[in-house]
Write a new protein. Structure first.
Length: 137
């Protein structure tokens, strides 16, 4: 069993979800992720999801298997799967509001369309959101 920490990012397309579907996803994640030492965040865009998961390699692998088979989204595409030394996120949460309040310098990203996003652009988004989370006013 490997305790190596990994950072995993994927993008997926939403399929006719209700608000309740999204609330269910957030609730189950809040329930499951802390006990598996999984942190990160989920962004719900206009037509897609972008999620970062950080934690023990084995836990991330089995969660990603469940997520990729979940029929509440489709075309799940892995963008990043790499070892990490320092987490960007110290807990898990939905961060769409933070995302929507920021300027991304790209019309697709400003519209919450993640479908064609590159790995570098996705990493940049999460690093900016994590920096914002740490700043105090
Ligand atoms: C976009 C999306 C993101 C999800 N993120 C998580 C997550 O971070 N943690 C989690 O436990 N389940 C997540 N899920 C739900 C899983 O696919 C699966 O339904 C859930 O892990 C099953 O949990 P259970 O075995 O406790 O019922 C996500 C589903 C979707 C569609």
């Amino acid at each position: 069993m490997s305790l190596q920490l990994r950072r995993f990012i994927y993008v997926s397309e939403k399929v006719g979800l209700s608000e309740q579907d999204v609330a269910d996803i957030v609730n189950v994640s809040n329930q499951n992720n802390p006990s598996k030492d999984i942190t990160g965040c989920l962004l719900e865009g206009s037509n897609s999801f972008l999620q970062i998961l950080e934690g023990p390699s084995d836990a991330i692998k089995s969660l990603y298997k469940a997520i990729s088979e979940d029929n509440r989204h489709t075309n799940v595409r892995r963008l990043c799967d790499e070892p990490l030394n320092t987490r960007l996120f110290s807990d898990w949460s939905m961060k769409s509001d933070n995302y929507n309040q920021m300027e991304w310098g790209d019309s697709a990203l400003n519209a919450g369309n993640f479908i064609n996003i590159s790995a570098d652009a996705a990493k940049n988004i999460f690093s900016r959101i994590s920096e914002q989370g740490e700043s105090s006013f």
